[in-house]
Design a protein around this ligand. Structure first.
Ligand code: NAP
Length: 343
């Protein structure tokens, strides 16, 4: 079997999970290079990796660059993405820098894997919230035609990077000890024992940048006609984004018909009274964390319409929302012979 040289760029919350996912899925690795800003040893599941500084030369000979560095002008993808491509690598980026570029495929393999066919060297992973949502929304859209979706999120702190988990722990300890919270850890208000609907920058028409990402990315990946109303909320959970979703459909829909579609959807696991997981009958972040499947439950027909349905979806934001999805993109490229880019 052919083996590949992979660079993981970024050794934070997502980068560490990329190393873990590559190993768990037995990705055919010839070599794994871990790159970040600072050189250091990094221990993942008892194995020590040598994190090297990211330079253009660090991409020499690399087949796939899995980028999990910070976003923006000084971030890894903008600084080194084109260098990596020029040196022959295909770049799969987790950040927001290239997601809406019309020349860049934005992909969840179970949703629109075919979009990878004509990539030009760089492929984008959607925002973690969009990825988890689309695992439920896409199969239901194909079966029933989703016209409108109302989404409220319950997002884990790790979505804000590795240091945010430490901030939640530190703030929680302080609250329990009766001490004042002195370090907000990058959040606008305390996150321990609290819920923040104001965690993101407010942009056009009063919607946050996170809410706009879900709308724009769903339109690019699934269907620009779907009318979305999104409220994103940060909750004091370490890993695992939950999303309450209500959809209005073109065709009649019921809990039974939706359940039958979701039960067959790849990468989805229905969790309810009929299909408990580890003895649990409702998707929860602690059940989803470290699992490949996105969990869906609380599926129920609308009380007032036979063309509307509510469900609850939970996925690991660091896995399906980032690391796992990126590795699945690489696997799809390899399986279809698409690793070589089209000119
Ligand atoms: N967390 C999530 O749930 C999630 C989900 C989807 C997408 N994403 C996206 O994935 C990316 C990584 O997120 P994260 O949560 O893992 O962040 P993080 O924990 O803050 O880690 C960021 C990593 O990027 C490295 N880095 C930053 N700038 C770099 C540069 N110019 N060159 C090379 N390395 C650089 C840092 O290096 P040092 O360690 O040396 O400082 C660090 O290891 C972000 O774009 C984020 O938006 C995150």
């Amino acid at each position: 079997m052919k083996k590949y040289r992979v660079a993981v760029v970024g050794a934070g919350a997502v980068g560490v999970e990329m190393i873990r996912v590559l190993k768990n899925r037995k990705f055919p690795l010839e070599e794994l290079r871990v790159l970040a800003r600072t050189e250091r040893p990094l221990v993942v599941d008892g194995q020590t990796y040598h994190v090297r500084p990211t330079t253009p030369e660090a991409f020499d000979g690399i087949d796939v660059g899995l980028f999990a560095g910070t976003e923006g002008d000084k971030g890894a993808a903008v600084t080194f993405g084109k260098e990596a491509i020029a040196r022959g690598a295909v770049v799969i980026d987790n950040g927001a820098d290239y997601r809406m570029d019309p020349t860049v495929p934005l992909v969840v393999p179970e949703v629109n894997g075919d979009a990878l066919k004509n990539h030009k060297g760089i492929i984008a992973n959607p925002n973690c919230t969009t990825a988890v949502l689309l695992m439920g929304l896409a199969p239901l859209h194909r079966a029933f035609g989703v016209k409108r979706a109302v989404v409220s999120t319950y997002q884990a702190v790790s979505g804000a990077g590795g240091k945010a988990i430490d901030a939640l722990k530190d703030q929680s300890r302080k609250v329990l000890a009766g001490e004042p919270i002195t370090d907000l850890g990058g959040f606008p208000n305390p996150i321990a024992f609290n819920v923040l609907a104001n965690n993101w920058k407010i942009e056009e028409r009063g919607y946050s940048n996170e809410e706009w990402k879900v709308v724009n990315e769903t339109h690019k990946m699934l269907d620009p006609r779907i009318q979305l109303s999104v409220t994103t909320v940060r909750v004091p959970v370490a890993v695992g984004h939950g999303e309450s979703v209500w959809i209005e459909t073109e065709k009649p829909i019921s809990a039974e018909s939706a359940r039958a579609v979701l039960a067959k959807a790849p990468g989805v696991r229905v969790v309810d009274e009929a299909s408990p997981l580890d003895g649990v009958t409702c998707p929860m972040p602690i059940l989803a964390a470290g699992r490949e499947d996105t969990l869906i439950g609380r599926i129920r027909g609308d009380l007032f319409s036979d063309r509307a349905l509510a469900f609850w979806v939970v996925g690991d934001n660091l896995w399906k929302g980032a690391a796992l999805n990126a590795v699945q993109i690489a696997e799809t490229l390899i399986a279809n012979g698409w690793l070589k880019r089209t000119p």
